[in-house]
Design a binder for this molecule. Sequence first.
Ligand SMILES: [Zn+2]
Length: 334
Amino acid sequence: MQRRGFVAQVLGSGVVWRARAGGMARPLAAIGLPAEWARVPEVVIEPPLSGKPHSGKVLAAIQPHADDIPFFAAGTVAKLVAEGYTGHLIRTSNDEKAGSGTVGEIILNNERDNDAVAKALGLEKVFSLEYRNHEMDGIAREEMRERLIFLIRLLKIDTVICYDPWGTYEENPDHYVTAQVVESSCWMAGMEKDYPEHLAAGLQPHSVREKYYFARGPQLVNRIVDISPWINKKVEANLANKTQGAAGVNGARLRSRLAAQKLRLPILGDNDEAANREYIKHFVLDQDSRFLRGVPSDREVGRSYGLEWAEAFHYIGPVESMLDHYIAEHAVPL
Ligand SMILES: [Zn+2]
């Protein structure tokens, strides 16, 4: 098939494929294709939910570095935990090259920051796999995969939030290696023939059913999560990263630099604590987001969908078997 002969369009809420040379526009569903297979998929808005609809479910926020989940998904993690999930944090690198001081000091400081991220987001257990920072393309991926499968089975993880294994133009090997190993671990953890020694030790096969994937480059976005009620939680998670990244205490540093020039920015407030929070909210997550995080502003993403603040994901959820429905409708007595 010649791909150039077709374009994807969004008309109203439905996705259609349309032949370029005057063909009829038809919804994907009408030709038997799921909407998410389109280049421009249907986008689902995930609103704040009342009560604890996710009670009993377990999520893992998985990040190569202490600042990844805070930058790209902290609002969604905070939302899901508020809605009933039990959450855990898994960091795959040791962050040894991100920060100032000796290598030992950097590792220790990032470890403390990572623990503070978990606390800010209400995550219970923290696991750090400690692969060397920036060098994860040289690791044995099968070894990391077994470690993740063990954790998925041990913690009974139903949902992961992580980098998109199909996100394009990602330059950091820690990001794409982590994403790819997470992806393979999610389904393999549910298979009983993989790592039978886990089962002998008392664990059970356990598949991950839902995935929220974020990216720093182009990706297939099919879910926008309304994080407006949790924007201050997201600020809190970013405030925890004092050793590395664009957030942490950079607001106070900017305030100090401006004061030396006899200047101040009213948006940063009247003290260092306020300056750190306001800088994260208004610059890291909004006005200078592309420069500081490499992604569009959370406020701009939200505005496109009539929301105040939002995060974008490629969401992959469970697919329901139709067999039971068919049996209920068509089965006859023997
Ligand atoms: Zn990172």
